[in-house]
Write a protein that binds this ligand. Structure first.
Ligand SMILES: Nc1ncnc2c1ncn2[C@@H]1O[C@H](COP(=O)(O)OP(=O)(O)OP(=O)(O)O)[C@@H](O)[C@H]1O
Length: 230
């Protein structure tokens, strides 16, 4: 079953008298539980596509169906509710709150739900356990390594149990060893826990850890080796 179905997806921005089109008539299907890597030069539309798939931004035209829900045409409020229930976002620079410990950071998405403190704590500890950091729950971000911070951020992305994870350069700020640990974790989340993962990366080694790699160029998908810039 396809988890993500993009058909003729276009995103346009008006810039003065000009129209910028970061995504141009893009069609794409991603099966549930697939770990997909998106590569492409700077400005090719990777983040724009990721933000549409994450429900952060809305398409200008085309269709975007995720888990059976058509996102095209949803208003801001509906999109925000859909995102909170269905998507976990992982950033390059973690975006943890420095004054909160690991557990409190992971709990944050659950604050938006009506849930008792005990259940919130239990769910957050389970997410920290899944990323291998249960013992570090009381540490603040400043007391963790970059790789550990990213794993806490992944626990935060997972805690509301979304089916879809999107990651923008999740290993871009990590050394090779920490990057490999994060990639192994993402791989396991897809294959052992059924999460669909869309990851933007510039690193071919990170892309190699995914099930499939797609290349974007000037807002369209290209086959490797057919680049217009080549
Ligand atoms: N909100 C916006 N308003 C106007 N133009 C935008 C907006 N968002 C993105 N763009 C333009 O769309 C194009 C694609 O941007 P995007 O961030 O998707 O590229 P990218 O492939 O993620 O690049 P990078 O690898 O540098 O992050 C760029 O030319 C960018 O300037």
């Amino acid at each position: 079953m396809n988890h993500i179905v993009c058909q003729h997806l276009t995103k346009e921005f008006a810039k003065g008298a000009q129209t910028i089109r970061p995504l141009n008539n893009l069609s794409l299907e991603v099966p549930k539980g697939q770990f997909l890597a998106l590569m492409g030069p700077s400005g090719s539309g990777k983040t724009t596509l990721l933000n549409l798939i994450a429900g952060i931004d809305t398409p200008s035209s085309g269709s975007l169906v995720i888990g059976g829900q058509e996102l095209m045409g949803l208003n801001r409020g509906a999109l925000t509710r859909w995102r909170a229930a269905n998507v976990g976002y992982i950033f390059q620079l973690y975006h943890l709150i420095p004054t909160l410990d690991a557990l409190e950071n992971v709990e944050l998405p659950l604050m938006l739900q009506t849930m008792g403190r005990k259940e919130r704590r239990e769910r957050s500890m389970a997410a920290l356990d899944l990323v291998g950091l249960k013992e570090r729950y009381h540490h603040r971000p400043g007391e963790l390594s970059g790789g550990q911070e990213q794993r806490v951020a992944i626990a935060r992305a997972l805690v509301a149990n979304p089916e879809l994870l999107v990651a923008d350069e999740p290993t871009g700020d990590l050394d090779r060893e920490s990057a490999d640990a994060v990639l192994k974790l993402l791989n396991s989340l897809a294959h052992d826990h059924g999460k669909t993962i869309v990851m933007v990366t510039h690193d071919p080694k990170a892309a190699a850890a995914a099930d499939r790699t797609l290349h974007l160029e000037k807002g369209v998908l290209v086959e490797p080796g057919t680049s217009s810039a080549a």
